[in-house]
Structures are given as structure tokens and as C-alpha cells.
Design a protein around this ligand. Structure first.
Ligand SMILES: [Zn+2]
Length: 162
């Protein structure tokens, strides 16, 4: 009887440990999927632009050689999705003299009517409506046109996270 009691006590002591161990394994697993998610984020979009993950579906932000902003909605693999009621508007440059941009459909993308203002670091506020009945998602960042020394992308689209 005494041995059984000890065994039970030991079991009772070990049970939370086992749970903790299980929980820990679960945590490891989620860490792993987070890693894969990070990896997925590193996959550049169809134009090798910056992937904005705040919208669903995600949107690729890309600046054309004419400095026009091109937004392309992408699937999990970074492949372009057709434009289907999504709308985008943006304001770029200095607050004192901002450039207001309206976006028009061009193939699978929405492209701004105006170019981004001059400069190597241009602030931008983009409002994205990922579906006709969803709320606007606002993205604010500086479009950094300097070249990343490591991954050969421009900084705004840097995938190496240096
Ligand atoms: Zn880089």
C-alpha cells in the first residue's frame, strides 16, 4: 500500500510536468510555424516589392521605374490575385505639400495616377480596402529608395532584414 501511495504521489508530481512538457512541445511547434510564416513573408511578391501583411489578402507594395505605386494583392505563395473590388488610395511626401494618389486597375494590380515625390526617403500613407465590404487598412511607412547592401533589393522591399 505504501509503495502504491508513493507511486501515486510520484504520478501526481509528474503529471503537471508532463503537461508542461506537452505544452512546451506545442510551443515549439508554434515557434516553428511562426518561423515558416516569417519565411513566407520573405518571399517577395510578384514584382519583388514589399509585402504588407496587415491586409487579408496581403498586398504587395511596389514602386515602378516611373515612381508610381503599384499594389498587387497576393496569395500565401506571393502570387498575384486578380483585382476584385479592392480599392487603394495614398498620400505621399511632405505633409506641407503631399501628393494625393488615386489608384486605377492595371492587370492584376492597382497603380497610382501620380508618381511619388522626389527623394530617397519618402513618407507614405496608404489606405487599402481589401474587399468592397471591409474596413480600410492604413499602412504608414517611409519608402526607402536606397539600395540594400545585402539582398540587392531597395530598402523598402528588403527581404534580408539586415
Ligand atoms: Zn536587404
Amino acid at each position: 500500500m505504501k509503495i502504491t501511495n508513493v507511486t501515486l504521489t510520484a504520478m501526481a508530481l509528474f503529471t503537471p510536468y508532463l503537461f508542461a512538457e506537452k505544452g512546451h512541445k506545442g510551443h515549439d511547434h508554434s515557434d516553428h510555424s511562426e518561423e515558416s510564416h516569417d519565411h513566407a513573408k520573405e518571399i517577395a511578391g510578384p514584382n519583388k516589392g514589399r509585402i504588407l501583411t496587415s491586409t487579408e489578402p496581403h498586398a504587395e507594395f511596389f514602386v515602378t521605374p516611373e515612381r508610381k505605386v503599384k499594389i498587387t494583392f497576393v496569395d500565401e505563395d506571393g502570387k498575384a490575385l486578380p483585382i476584385n473590388g479592392q480599392t487603394v488610395s495614398a498620400i505621399g511626401g511632405d505633409r506641407a505639400a503631399p501628393t494625393r494618389m488615386v489608384f486605377k486597375k492595371d492587370g492584376n494590380s492597382l497603380v497610382s495616377d501620380k508618381a511619388l515625390p522626389e527623394g530617397k526617403l519618402v513618407p507614405i500613407i496608404i489606405q487599402i480596402k481589401p474587399a468592397p465590404d471591409s474596413d480600410n487598412v492604413t499602412e504608414k511607412f517611409n519608402v526607402d529608395f536606397s539600395e540594400c547592401p545585402t539582398c540587392k533589393h531597395l530598402e523598402y522591399a528588403c527581404t534580408c532584414g539586415h
